[in-house]
Design a protein around this ligand. Structure first.
Ligand code: MLT
Length: 320
């Protein structure tokens, strides 16, 4: 009798296991965005998350957990239950630059996450308030060098993309402006438009619309070629600062130990979002660079993150 009871129990457990694998996700999935609403990380998360919800048949619910350059929310994600119901949108700051700037970082980007997939490349632009007294990049850098102690550079916290690319620019032109932190470059952009802060280095998806509207100035884009979304903005090479070449990226992660089944379903939903014409158009209109098929695998992202951490470490240690 005992043998039969054990057999029945094993069969039930097997069925339950396969049922949970079949029904994932059985409830909404929380996606932590480690910056304030309205910024580039949030915008990309909401655009791809909207389409992913349709594929998964469950809502992707965005939770903004800001602070400490994105490391607060990223730590929260690293320590979340690895049941597939908490994921995050990270980026070149949280999963690339942060280890160089936080000696006691409470997560390791290369060990504490299951990579899901790359969502978008995001070229960096040098932008300033409308009233900034410079008509091109050369006069901008001259003015910043001569007046650094009177100028404010807005960013999203130590280790964020805007902070890392801002100190990189400062070190290249020999200037140390006052660094003004925000909970994200969404709020920072509001103060740039109103002239409360002087300039910023930020991701194209955040600033493209304001540049087109003429409410802020764009001096250059830090990529080898111009963006189709902003064809009139010169590259840093054209504008005389060829050494300033930097592009960020946004990617999705789950806590370490999240099941292969859940990761595969999340990656499949992300791929389908990036293949959807309407979703692609929204991202491309904002200047995002969409990953190729082979850049969308979890394995590719894992290897990429390891290279990014290695790349940013010496750069930022030298720039501080
Ligand atoms: C960053 O600077 O890391 C991001 O632009 C912050 C954000 O997404 O708000």
């Amino acid at each position: 009798m005992k043998f039969l009871a054990k057999l029945a129990f094993a069969a039930a457990a097997l069925a339950a296991g396969s049922v949970s694998a079949q029904t994932y996700p059985a409830k909404p999935v929380t996606m932590i965005v480690p910056f304030a609403a309205g910024g580039p990380t949030d915008v990309i998360a909401r655009i791809v998350g909207e389409h992913m919800s349709r594929t998964l048949g469950q809502q992707i619910v965005i939770e903004n957990v800001a602070g400490a350059g994105g490391t607060t929310g990223t730590t929260r994600a690293a320590q979340a239950a690895n049941d597939g119901y908490t994921i995050m949108m990270g980026h070149m700051g949280t999963h690339g630059a942060a280890p160089a700037l936080y000696p006691n970082l409470r997560y390791d980007p290369t060990k504490d996450f299951e990579p899901i997939g790359l969502a978008a490349g995001t070229p960096i632009l040098i932008v300033a308030k409308k009233a900034f007294p410079a008509n091109d990049l050369k006069s901008f850098t001259d003015h910043v060098k001569a007046n650094a102690d009177k100028l404010n550079l807005a960013h999203a916290g130590v280790g964020s993309v805007s902070h890392s690319t801002g100190i990189l620019l400062g070190s290249m032109i020999g200037a140390k402006p006052t660094m003004v932190p925000y909970t994200g470059t969404g709020p920072a952009l509001n103060d740039l438009v109103s002239g409360q802060v002087d300039f910023m280095t930020d991701q194209i998806v955040n600033v493209a619309e304001q540049i087109r509207a003429g409410t802020i100035r764009a001096y250059a884009i830090a990529t080898p070629t111009r963006s189709p979304a902003l064809p009139d903005v010169p590259t840093t090479t054209e504008a005389g600062l060829p050494q300033y070449q930097v592009s960020a990226w946004n990617a999705m992660f789950a806590p370490k130990g999240t099941s292969a089944d859940a990761v595969a379903k999340l990656n499949d939903a992300l791929r389908k979002a990036l293949a959807d014409e309407a979703t692609r158009k929204r991202l491309l209109d904002l200047g995002a660079v969409l990953p190729s098929a082979d850049e969308q695998t979890p394995a590719w992202l894992g290897a990429f993150v390891a290279k990014e951490v290695e790349r940013w470490n010496p750069v930022l240690k030298a720039a501080r």
